[in-house]
Ligand binder design. Structure first.
Ligand code: OX2
Length: 859
């Protein structure tokens, strides 16, 4: 390995090599060192925040040492590497995860107990210290969290992999609920600095925008090396985040880019005295990485977003290429050394950028370049929803990236020729598969089509979804390429964060039951099947139930905190209160509206019984204790989703204050749902709701998290619910509703035939219309009602409502009259959830798409 340090100096370097701390003594030395010098504080003014910073810096020191070794090992062995490009990484907190994953030399399952003890002796409580860390909320929902789980699994499996993304100054907004409405406030997560990032001021990549293509030589064509004269230049600065694997010393890298102005400025303006304007444009550079776009499953089409995408793709590719070039291999070997995974279409510009680099800068022949490009990239699709599919008006696109638009035209030209050759004269097909959409008011670049054409593999994220994309949005591409290009990799989640970190007591209980106190099962989740043997064991059931009850108490604390210290949940009855939870982005297709309608139905039915003379005991028999818990953010501009949040809060207000029904029904909306809250909420569920209209939720991943924590599911036959059912058995899940193959017909019926509302739903809608939940403004929720009654009920709430309500009654019955059976279902579900470890996903991607192998540390 090259070094600038002369040989004769190396002894000193080696003598003073920094070592990892391996025990309490070592940790304490580091901790106090960081408090006193890095933070310039002392024992007199070290508060919890300083303790958090100092603990993080100490643990980070260990990770950096392992990070360095990992990177050196990989450089030396030079294997094929994976680059995971994602515009979102929803990481949550880093410290607890680092404590769990890094071993700090002990043979303990983790170094966490050691640090906990140390901190205690130093005068701090680990739990309080951990809470000082703000979430790294650089994502919207499932897509960003998937990326976070995947990089955890890649590190754990010693895959030579880097993540590339953007270092947004503001993550997803913080949600406040004011008078029942969502109010967004900025999430300046870097307020107190960030001990987990390493600013690499030495890595600055210039990125160009606007300008024109110079073809004044009269010789070159769009297919030959062309000169793009950019009009604006900014710098991408690298920030690195260590990603530790579990029970391995591999520490991978997540590189996030920040935009900053170049040091050049406009001398013409400066000399003419226009100093301010000469600086202003430069300053605007920073806006590129200022904010995460807060939309989930929705494409807003803003220029700044395209700018973010290019900025990130250009910088990342530059970095990848620089690393490849160091090995002096020929370009033809790029696909043997590099796999680039596109997390949805957001990074598709990387395909075009690589073609540009190869043709314009490296002077490769167009076709040679293109075969290298397509062998390098693969694309994962995450949605079939039209409003989420990215398309860019060519005007906007060509203005920002003139050369890239030319390249896209040429890619399309050759692609359409290929199609024409296979299907001569099928002009309809040509226009359907064209990367350029011709018929809309303005021509548009279809990014998903570009991603398919530019990749060697395309995958969906659950079996049903992968089948659906082949039959619907990408049908024509199956015709053109054959179905081998399309594959499935069902999503997964990391059991380190979602079982061990979120639910340590359950992990411990499982470890004991499996005779695996060091919790090696977290690396081999299919091992959990052994648990099934314990499903009928009354002692084990009791222990299992106790873990759940304690988790529910913790959630009750969280709910109390977010409700100005007022308890909503009756703690005395916590064991026989069914915690029914739906937490995820608020979206009409996810159907939180159906859930709250179900709650209203229940409330009305209870009131009716009372009115007709039933005693409260009789009511309780039919409608036993239940807490209906919601959480999730709406996109700031999504009117209907915001109205759903308001309805939930309005219902909560009426129901929770109704003394007549005593405490039998409670409704809670937990504000500002995020990863760290999910870690408290998910382990506390008895039941969780995954009730999207069939065919709309590509996979879902919280469904897996809930089951892994011993919760049962009420759900539709959609996304990964299908495979969860197959794995855990249909006796252990409450499925209901219409199937995806009937959706089209049902929608058609709503449009063209007269359909009746089921009486249960009619009753609910009537009560909303009459202002029961909005006495001041009975019309407040009219748009929600109209969407069902007058606008075609696109999400088929009226078609699924009866079976939803009936299934909820079945849930009550099992939970309240056959509790042992319920617990048994819970144990059996956990026993069979191993398939959904993200470790399995990474194995599948590695073998079938990336063709990469682990590089294990020497032991
Ligand atoms: C989400 C999908 O909606 C969800 O079903 C899936 O589990 C997740 O991605 C991870 O694959 N934006 N978010 C998603 O898709 C898009 C687009």
């Amino acid at each position: 390995i090259d070094t600038i340090i002369p040989l004769k100096s190396r002894n000193i370097w080696n003598k003073h090599q920094v070592k990892k701390f391996e025990d309490k003594e070592g940790f304490e030395g580091r901790f106090i060192g960081h408090v006193e010098t890095t933070l310039a504080r002392s024992l007199y003014n070290c508060d919890d925040l300083a303790a958090y910073e100092s603990t993080s810096l100490s643990v980070r020191d260990n990770l950096i040492i392992d990070w360095n070794n990992t990177q050196q090992r990989i450089t030396a062995r030079d294997p094929k590497r994976v680059y995971y490009l994602s515009l979102e990484f929803l990481m949550g907190r880093a410290l607890d995860n680092a404590l769990i994953n890094s071993q700090a030399g002990s043979d303990e399952p983790t170094s966490r107990p050691m640090v906990e003890k140390s901190l205690d002796e130093l005068g701090f409580n680990l739990e309080d210290v951990l809470k000082k860390e703000p979430d790294a909320a650089l994502g919207n929902g499932g897509l960003g969290r998937l990326a976070a789980c995947f990089i955890d699994s890649m590190a754990t499996q010693n895959i030579p992999a880097w993540g590339y993304g953007l270092r947004y100054e503001y993550g997803i907004f913080a949600q406040k609920i004011i008078d029942g409405y969502q109010v967004e406030t900025p999430d300046y997560w870097l307020n107190f600095g960030n001990p987990w990032e390493i600013e690499r001021n030495e890595i600055q990549v210039p990125v160009t925008f606007y300008g024109y293509v110079d073809r004044s030589d009269g010789e070159s064509t769009t297919l030959s090396p062309s000169d793009w004269i950019g009009g604006e230049r900014v710098l991408a600065v690298a920030y690195d985040f260590p990603v530790p694997g579990y029970k391995t010393s591999t520490v991978n890298n997540l590189r996030l880019w920040k935009a900053k102005p170049t040091t050049e400025f406009d001398f013409a303006k400066f000399n003419s005295g226009d100093y301010k304007n000469s600086v202003d444009a430069q300053q605007r550079a920073e806006s590129i990485t200022a904010c995460l776009y807060p939309n989930d499953n929705f494409n807003q089409g803003k220029e700044l977003r395209l700018k973010q995408q290019y900025f990130w793709c250009a910088a990342s590719l530059h970095d990848i290429i620089r690393r490849f070039k160091k090995t002096s291999r020929p370009w033809s070997e790029l696909p043997d050394q590099v796999a680039i995974q596109l997390n949805d279409t957001h990074p598709t510009l990387a395909v075009v950028e690589l073609q540009r680099v190869l043709v314009d800068l490296e002077k490769l022949d167009w076709h040679k370049a293109w075969s290298i490009v397509t062998a390098t990239f693969s694309y994962a699709n995450h949605t079939v929803m039209q409003e989420a599919l990215e398309k860019w008006p060519i005007g906007l696109f060509g203005h920002l990236l003139p050369r890239h638009l030319e390249i896209i035209y040429d890619i399309n030209w050759f692609f359409l020729q290929e199609v024409e050759k296979k299907f001569p004269k099928d002009f309809d097909l040509l226009s359907r598969v064209s990367i350029i959409e011709e018929c809309s008011p303005e021509r548009q670049v279809r990014m998903a089509y570009l991603a398919i054409v530019g990749s060697h593999k395309v995958n969906g994220v659950a079996e049903l979804h992968s089948e659906l994309i082949k039959k619907t949005i990408f049908k024509d591409f199956v015709k053109v390429y054959g179905s081998q290009k399309f594959t499935n990799v069902t999503n997964g989640i990391t059991p380190r964060r979602w079982l061990k970190q979120a639910n340590p007591k359950l992990a411990e209980l499982i470890g004991k039951a499996l005779n695996d106190p060091k919790q090696n099962f977290l690396l081999d989740m299919p091992k959990l099947t052994e648990l099934a043997k314990k499903a009928d064991d009354p002692e084990f059931q009791k222990a299992w139930d106790l873990v759940k009850a304690n988790n529910k108490l913790q959630l009750a604390d969280l709910i109390k905190d977010t409700n100005n210290g007022v308890d909503i949940i009756d703690r005395e009855h916590i064991k026989d209160t069914l915690f029914d939870i739906q937490v995820k982005r608020i979206h009409e297709y996810k159907r939180q509206q159906m859930n709250i309608f179900g709650v209203i139905y229940r409330y009305l039915a209870m009131k009716k019984m009372l009115k007709e003379g039933s005693t409260i005991e009789e009511v309780a028999k039919k409608y036993p204790r239940k807490a209906s818990i919601f959480g999730g953010k709406s996109a700031p501009g999504y009117y209907m989703a915001k109205l759903i949040i308001k309805l939930i809060n309005s219902v909560a207000e009426i129901v929770n204050d109704d003394a007549e029904i005593v405490d039998l029904l409670k409704v809670v909306f937990i504000p500002d749902y995020n990863v760290s809250k999910a870690e408290i909420i998910i382990p506390a569920s008895d039941l969780s709701e995954h009730i999207s209209t069939a065919g709309t939720e590509a996979s879902g991943t919280s469904n897996m998290k809930f089951v892994m924590n011993g919760g049962l599911i009420i759900g539709t036959v959609d996304g990964a619910n299908v495979e969860i059912t197959r794995e855990i058995g249909e006796d252990n899940i409450f499925l209901f509703g219409n199937l995806s193959e009937h959706v089209e017909e049902l929608r058609y019926n709503h449009q063209y035939k007269k359909t009746e509302l089921p009486p249960e739903l009619a009753q609910v809608l009537k009560s909303i219309e009459s202002g029961v939940f909005s006495p001041e403004n009975p019309n407040e929720f009219k748009p929600l009602i109209d969407s069902i009654k007058s606008h075609g009920d696109y999400y088929l709430v009226s078609d699924d409502f009866e079976s939803y309500v009936a299934t909820q009654e079945l849930v009550d019955e099992v939970y309240h009259t056959q509790k042992n059976d319920w617990i048994k279902k819970s144990i059996l579900s956990v026993a069979n959830i191993g398939f959904f470890s993200s470790d399995r996903c990474i194995e599948e991607y590695s073998e079938t798409i990336w063709n990469v192998e682990p590089v294990k540390p020497e032991t």
